[in-house]
Ligand binder design. Structure first.
Ligand code: HAM
Length: 422
């Protein structure tokens, strides 16, 4: 039997996983610098949560969710995104009553999309959600935080911030009516998907990649012309603050996002360097969502970034660090026993260091090759003769120089000194 991974699911091999870990470590520090605290959320939620909060007519809910009945017959769904669960958890656990919360989460999300480079059916997001502040200051803070993330990762010059306002619910409804009217009159020039969406989800047509549809959209009404006064004012303030902070952005009235919960600010960070899947981070304001789960009106804003896409961007310039510090080579049963015990003692005295003891057979020559490949700074060599004499040999692998012999009792202290000198 040749059992393979399920389509769209990736194995992250150690070289890849190292990049993910690095990105998460960097981002964790940035999030903490802005006062965000991590929250752990379930991977499975009730199906209703997503259909209500993300929206019945969205692509995600219509055709991309992993939904099934559990053994009790309840409909459950592998989370396609993190905001709905975070809102539910914050409300359910009383985190939102008269207080501001800055929360972040990381983990896998699941969407039954067509897999390609940068788009998977299981993918990793880091998301941040801020509850209790109406903006515009916190919206700008969030954008500055994402920008700091790119700077810290060294990829800021490859990313562009695209910004829009979706206005209030009523402004959006007025805009949608005009858009539908405009598109109905030109229906035959639209692609099949967009024709269908005129009735189901007209705003998504703005995202269409079809050339004919894009031509029709050139003259279409723009949401910017339909904003209510409050949203327009807030959008202007956000742009002003970004100018002051010297964070460059591009206003893109076609950004309306694929999830139904947004109002006012929406944004995407995009790159040219990933081909078709160029959005690495996206988010916006969603002031009505807490009420959807039974809470009091609570302003909220957040974003999620795609770890897999960031890892693809970083992959090319990432230098893999082989991780060992000490490699113990040994030949013969007695020597191997010594090596095993010495490795344990070194791990006790230098807990932050990596000690690899060669296991199994193998000539010294091939063991020393493995020691070199492991990235270790030094090799400890133990043969049967050395065991008899109560000695070990040490070779510094990165500095050259001869092998030195040493009393087996003193080696632990010697290694500790060498490693802490580093
Ligand atoms: P989203 O735009 O659906 O928003 O996803 C956010 C990011 O996740 C995308 O920009 C992309 O980088 C990554 N992503 C999405 N789908 C895939 C996929 N199939 N494969 C790889 N990466 C993917 C949300 O999920 C909202 N919850 C964001 C948010 C938080 N809004 C407010 N708060």
């Amino acid at each position: 039997m040749n059992i393979k991974a399920i389509r769209g699911m990736q194995d992250l091999l150690p070289d890849q996983k190292e990049i993910y870990r690095y990105i998460e470590d960097v981002l964790r520090r940035v999030l903490s610098a802005y006062g965000y605290r991590e929250i752990g959320l379930p991977v499975i939620e009730s199906t209703q949560l997503f259909s209500r909060l993300v929206g019945e007519a969205t692509d995600i809910v219509e055709k991309e969710m992993y939904t099934f009945d559990d053994r009790n017959g309840d409909s459950i769904t592998l989370r396609p995104e993190g905001t709905a669960g975070c809102v539910r958890a914050a409300q359910e656990n009383g985190l939102l009553f008269n207080q501001v919360q800055r929360l972040w989460y990381a983990g896998p999300m699941f969407r039954y999309e067509r897999p390609q480079k940068g788009r998977y059916r299981q993918f990793e997001q880091i998301g941040a959600e801020c509850f209790g502040m109406p903006g515009p200051d916190v919206d700008v803070e969030l954008l500055l935080m994402t920008h700091r993330m790119w700077k810290t990762l060294g990829i800021a010059e490859h990313l562009t911030l695209e910004l829009n306002s979706m206005g209030s619910l009523s402004a959006r409804q007025r805009y949608t009516r005009s858009l539908v009217e405009y598109l109905e009159a030109r229906k035959e020039d639209l692609d099949k998907d967009s024709q269908r969406r005129i009735t189901s989800n007209p705003l998504r047509i703005l995202d269409s990649k079809d050339e004919g549809t894009r031509d029709v959209l050139k003259e279409a009404p723009l949401i910017t012309d339909y904003l209510d006064d409050e949203s327009r004012q807030q959008f202007d303030q956000i742009c002003g603050l970004l100018d002051q902070a010297q964070l460059a952005y591009r206003i893109n009235p076609f950004i309306v996002r694929g999830l139904d919960y947004y109002n006012k600010t929406v944004f995407e960070w995009t790159t040219q360097s990933l081909g078709a899947q160029g959005t690495v981070c996206a988010g916006g304001r969603y002031d009505g969502l807490v009420e959807e789960v039974g809470g009091k009106p609570t302003p909220a804003v957040g974003f999620a970034l795609g770890m897999d896409r960031l890892a693809l961007m970083l992959g090319e310039k990432f230098e893999f660090q082989a991780s060992a510090d000490v490699y113990i080579a040994s030949l013969g049963d007695g020597a191997r026993r010594h090596a095993l015990l010495l490795a344990e003692e070194l791990r006790d005295s230098c807990p932050a260091r990596t000690v690899i003891a060669h296991c199994g057979e193998g000539k010294f020559k091939s063991q020393m090759k493995k020691a070199d490949q492991s990235g270790a700074l030094m090799a400890i060599i133990i043969g049967e003769d050395e065991v008899e004499r109560g000695e070990v040999s040490i070779k510094h692998l990165r500095e050259g120089g001869d092998q030195i012999s040493m009393d087996a009792v003193k080696v632990k202290e010697y290694v500790r000194k060498m490693l802490t000198k580093e």
